[in-house]
Design a protein around this ligand. Structure first.
Ligand code: SAM
Length: 278
């Protein structure tokens, strides 16, 4: 019989956040695949669990996944854990899950701590719809491109960031997304747990020499639906823009006026365009 792959969430700071089920699974499996075996060994020692460990981190994820799949096919039960929180969330896990699915291996999640969810629920921002970005690229151009992509998103935005890149990231956010509302959730479940709330500019003033782990929660774009609709229309061709208003039963003259207003150009410019193209 082939084995089962367990994705086991571990604490993000406070060891008391381990679940009873996580302990039971970690005690029962044949092997634990860990992002950093030394780190996980400390956790296992704390709970008096002794199990064979194998390293499984981003750079060796593909090779190690293959090896772990062979072991699962031999009938071994394996738990995947990351350094903190839920495996697969900005952490290794995704690769082995994809391969396990291909090999018809049973996959079981063991729920527990996850920084993004806990930061979101204390943020005071809308929890009904959100977008998780993970870490922004360290490359300036790629980072800006990603921020441009989410600029008009009205959902709450969640980012992870390392302390040494926090300032640069917040400055990039301010530049592209504007001085919107933000909550910096610091050191969740740990002694110095803290929430810094404000606008990007006021939070930037407060983070000189700040240390620890952070989740950044940003308010979604608050421009009105109408403004958003116009902004989306302006990304379309003039013909598509025109067709949008035709569908609303608006007459020709009024459409020209509306398009000119949306695009902040003269009515004549729009009129001339359609004259030339007909
Ligand atoms: N898999 C993890 C999870 O489920 O949240 C995330 C791992 S990711 C490599 C690490 C990032 O998660 C940190 O840089 C930080 O942004 C966030 N993080 C992890 N633990 C945290 C904590 N205790 N407080 C605030 N942020 C935390």
């Amino acid at each position: 019989m082939i084995g089962t792959l367990y994705l086991v969430a571990t604490p993000i700071g406070n060891l008391e956040d381990i679940t009873l089920r996580a302990l039971k699974i970690l005690k029962s499996v044949d092997l634990i695949a860990a992002e950093d075996t030394r780190h996980t060994l400390k956790l296992l020692n704390h709970f008096e669990i002794s199990k064979p460990l194998i390293s499984y981190y981003e750079q060796n994820e593909k090779i190690k996944s293959e090896k772990l799949i062979s072991k699962l096919l031999e009938g071994k039960n394996i738990a995947v854990v990351s350094d903190a929180g839920t495996p697969g969330i900005s952490d290794p896990g995704e690769e082995i899950v994809k391969r396990a699915i291909k090999n018809n291996i049973k996959i079981v999640p063991i729920p527990g701590a996850c920084a993004l969810i806990n930061a979101l629920i204390v943020s005071g921002m809308s929890t009904s719809e959100f977008e998780f970005i993970g870490f922004l690229s360290a490359n300036k151009k790629d980072r800006k491109e990603k921020l441009e992509q989410i600029k008009y998103d009205t959902r709450t935005i969640i980012l992870y960031e390392a302390p040494h890149r926090l300032k640069v990231t917040l400055e990039a956010i301010q530049e592209v997304l504007g001085d919107r509302k933000i909550v910096l959730v610091r050191e969740l479940t740990k002694v110095y747990e803290e929430y810094i709330r404000g606008n990007v500019s006021t939070v930037l003033e407060q983070i000189v020499d700040i240390k620890g782990e952070f989740v950044i929660i940003l308010e979604g774009n608050v421009i009105s639906k109408k403004e958003l609709e116009i902004s989306n229309l302006n990304k379309k061709t003039l013909e598509e823009h025109y067709a949008f208003y035709v569908e609303q039963g608006i007459d020709k003259k009024e459409i020209i006026k509306k398009i000119a207003k949306d695009r902040n150009v003269s009515k004549n410019e729009i009129y001339q365009y359609f004259i030339k193209s007909t």
